[in-house]
Design a protein around this ligand. Structure first.
Ligand code: XUL
Length: 521
C-alpha cells in the first residue's frame, strides 16, 4: 500500500490528508481548529490578541500541540500511519520561529514527555510574528534604503520589502529585543519548523516559501548577501541554506514511530508555503491555470512562464515547488471580512448565498462597501477602512442582503484589479478554500472575471499538495499523473459567467478603483 501524508499548518487550523496511490483516493482528511481544540492559547482566530491591531503573533507551541492532537485524531479514527511511505506539508507563509538551541542538538525527542515541553526550552522568542502582522513599516523602509531602493528589493527578491515578510519581521525583533536576538541561533519559517519537529533535526527552508522572506535572491536560489546585511547583523549564520522543494530533509523521528505508529525511516520532504503547496494540490504547477484561494486570506496565484513582477508593488514572486516560479497577490480581508458581515447581519452561509443569488442583482444597485476590517495588504491600507456607499438603508446598515453581496463583489473586483499584472490566462479559474463551495461567491467570481470558476473535489488543497509532493519525491510519480488522479475538478459545482453582467462589472470596477484612489493618498 503506497500512502502519502500531507500536513498544512495554516492560520486557524492544522490539517492532515492522506492519499492512497493504489486506489487513487484521499483516505483521510482531518483538521484541528486551534480556536476550538486549544483554547488555552487564547487564539480564537489563530493568533494572540494584542492592544496594537498591527501586531499579530501566534504561540509556536500551539502548532506543536496541534500536531500531536492531529496525529492522535488520525490514529483514533483508525488510520494506520504505518502505511504512510512519505510525508510533506506546508505552513502559513512568512511567519517565523526563533530558537536559542538548534533542532540539530535535539538528537531524539523523548517519548516520556509531550513534544511541547521539549520544544519550549529551544525557543529564544515566546511568540511568532505571522503573515497578518503589519507592524514593521519602519523596518521595510530601512531595508529598502540600505539596498538601494524598492526596485532593487523587487529585482532581487521578487517583492518589495513588505511588513508581513520575514526579513522586516526579523529586523524588528533584532531592534526591539537585542538580547534575545543575540541568543537566537536558528530561525525557521512555520513550514521548516513543522518539518523540523517531524525529523527532530534542522529542516531547511525550501525555495517556494523562502521567496516570501525578502531575503532570497530568486536568480541564484541563495540568500542575498545584501539583503542579509540590510536586515540584521549575523543573520546569515542563523539561517540554513535554502533547498529545492523536492529535497528529502530527513526521516520521521522515533518519537512519531513509537507514539503514532509510523514506519521507521519514513522520508520527510521539505515543507513549503501554503500557497505554493496549494498550487501543487490544485494541479496548477504549469502556467495557464489560475487559482483563487478563499481562506483566512484570499489569494490569487498562478505558475509563471517567466518571472515577472508587479509594477504596482503589491504582488509577489514565489518558488513553484515543481520548479520555476509562481505569481501571487494576497488580500488580508478574506474570510474574516465575509465572517464579519455574516455575523453582523445574522446570516448563515446558506442565507449568505441566498442573499447573493436571489435577493440582489449584479452591481448591487450601486451599493459599494470597502470591507477592510483589518489592515489590508492589497491595496496597502495600514489601518482598517470600512465605508458604505449607496442607498440610505445600505449605508445605515439595514440591508443584510446588499451587505452580503457588497463584501463579495468588492473582494472579487479587487482580486481582478490586482491580478492583471500576472498576465497568465484567467479562464478557467480554479477555486479552493473554505468559501470555494459557496454558490453565491462562485456566481460573483464568474461574472466579475467573466470566466468559468471551478472548485476542486477535495477540500484542503494545501495539505493535498503536501501529500502529492511526498508522492512525487518519494514515489517518483510525475506531477501530471498526480494532478490527473487527485486534483479532479468538481464540475457539477462549476459556475459559468453571464455575459450580460460584463458591462455592470466593468463599471463597478472603475467605481471601486475611484473609491480606493480617494483613500490611497
Ligand atoms: C501569502 C500570505 C498568506 C499566508 C496565509 O503571501 O501572506 O496567504 O500564506 O495563508
Amino acid at each position: 500500500m503506497a500512502r502519502f501524508l500531507g500536513l498544512d499548518a495554516s492560520t486557524q487550523s492544522l490539517s492532515g490528508l492522506i492519499i492512497d496511490m493504489d486506489t487513487g483516493t484521499v483516505c483521510a482528511n482531518h483538521s484541528v481548529v486551534f480556536g476550538e481544540r486549544l483554547p488555552r492559547f487564547h487564539s480564537p482566530k489563530g493568533c494572540l490578541v494584542h492592544e496594537d491591531p498591527r501586531v499579530k503573533h501566534s504561540d509556536p507551541l500551539m502548532w506543536v500541540e496541534a500536531l500531536e492532537l492531529l496525529l492522535g485524531d488520525l490514529v483514533k479514527a483508525g488510520v494506520d500511519l504505518g502505511s504512510v511511505r512519505g510525508v510533506s506539508g506546508a505552513g502559513q507563509q512568512h511567519g517565523s520561529v526563533y530558537l536559542a538551541r538548534s533542532f540539530d542538538t535535539v538528537g531524539a525527542w523523548s517519548t516520556d514527555r509531550p513534544l511541547r515541553d521539549q520544544v519550549q526550552p529551544l525557543l529564544s522568542r515566546r511568540t511568532s510574528p505571522i503573515w497578518m502582522d503589519s507592524a514593521s513599516s519602519a523596518e521595510c523602509a530601512e531595508i529598502a534604503r540600505a539596498v538601494g531602493g524598492d526596485e532593487r528589493v523587487v529585482a532581487i527578491t521578487g517583492s518589495r520589502a513588505i511588513e508581513r515578510f520575514t526579513g522586516p519581521q526579523i529586523r524588528k525583533f533584532y531592534k526591539d529585543s537585542p538580547a534575545d536576538w543575540a541568543r537566537t541561533c536558528e530561525i525557521h519559517l512555520v513550514s521548516s519548523f513543522m518539518a523540523s519537529l517531524l525529523v527532530a533535526a534542522t529542516a531547511p527552508v525550501d525555495l517556494g516559501d523562502g521567496a516570501g522572506m525578502n531575503l532570497l535572491d530568486l536568480g541564484t536560489g541563495t540568500w542575498s548577501r545584501d539583503l542579509l546585511d540590510a536586515t540584521a547583523p549575523g543573520l546569515g549564520q542563523k539561517l540554513r541554506a535554502p533547498v529545492p522543494s523536492t529535497t528529502r530533509v530527513g526521516v520521521i523521528a522515533d518519537y512519531f514511530v513509537k507514539k503514532y505508529g509510523f514506519t521507521p525511516h519514513t522520508p520527510v520532504i521539505a515543507f513549503t508555503g501554503d500557497n505554493p503547496s496549494s498550487l501543487v494540490g490544485m494541479g496548477a504547477t504549469r502556467p495557464g491555470i489560475a487559482v483563487i484561494s478563499l481562506g483566512t486570506s484570499d489569494t490569487v496565484f498562478a505558475a509563471m512562464a517567466a518571472p515577472r513582477t508587479d509594477p504596482r508593488g503589491y504582488g509577489h514572486v514565489f518558488g513553484n515547488p515543481a520548479g520555476g516560479f509562481m505569481a501571487l497577490a494576497c488580500f488580508a480581508n478574506g474570510s474574516l471580512a465575509r465572517e464579519e458581515i455574516a455575523h453582523r447581519f445574522g446570516l448563515d452561509w446558506n442565507a449568505f448565498a441566498d442573499a447573493i443569488l436571489t435577493r440582489t442583482r449584479p452591481g448591487n444597485a450601486g451599493n459599494l462597501l470597502l470591507p477592510y476590517f483589518v489592515p489590508e495588504i492589497t491595496p496597502r491600507l495600514p489601518a482598517p477602512v470600512v465605508r458604505w456607499f449607496g442607498s440610505a438603508t445600505f449605508v445605515d446598515g439595514h440591508d443584510p442582503f446588499a451587505a452580503a453581496r457588497a463584501v463579495v463583489e468588492t473582494q472579487a473586483l479587487s482580486l481582478r484589479l490586482h491580478s492583471r499584472w500576472i498576465g497568465e490566462d484567467m479562464d478557467p479559474i480554479l477555486v479552493t478554500g473554505g468559501a470555494s463551495k459557496n454558490p453565491g461567491i462562485l456566481r460573483i467570481l464568474a461574472d466579475v472575471f467573466q470566466a468559468r470558476i471551478v472548485p476542486l473535489q477535495v477540500s484542503n488543497s494545501s495539505a493535498l499538495g503536501g501529500a502529492l509532493r511526498a508522492a512525487q519525491a518519494v514515489g517518483g510519480t510525475a506531477w501530471e499523473e498526480l494532478a490527473r488522479r487527485f486534483s479532479a475538478p468538481a464540475d457539477h459545482l462549476a459556475e459559468k459567467p453571464d455575459p450580460a453582467t460584463r458591462a455592470v462589472y466593468e463599471q463597478a470596477g472603475r467605481e471601486l478603483e475611484r473609491r480606493l484612489n480617494e483613500i490611497l493618498v
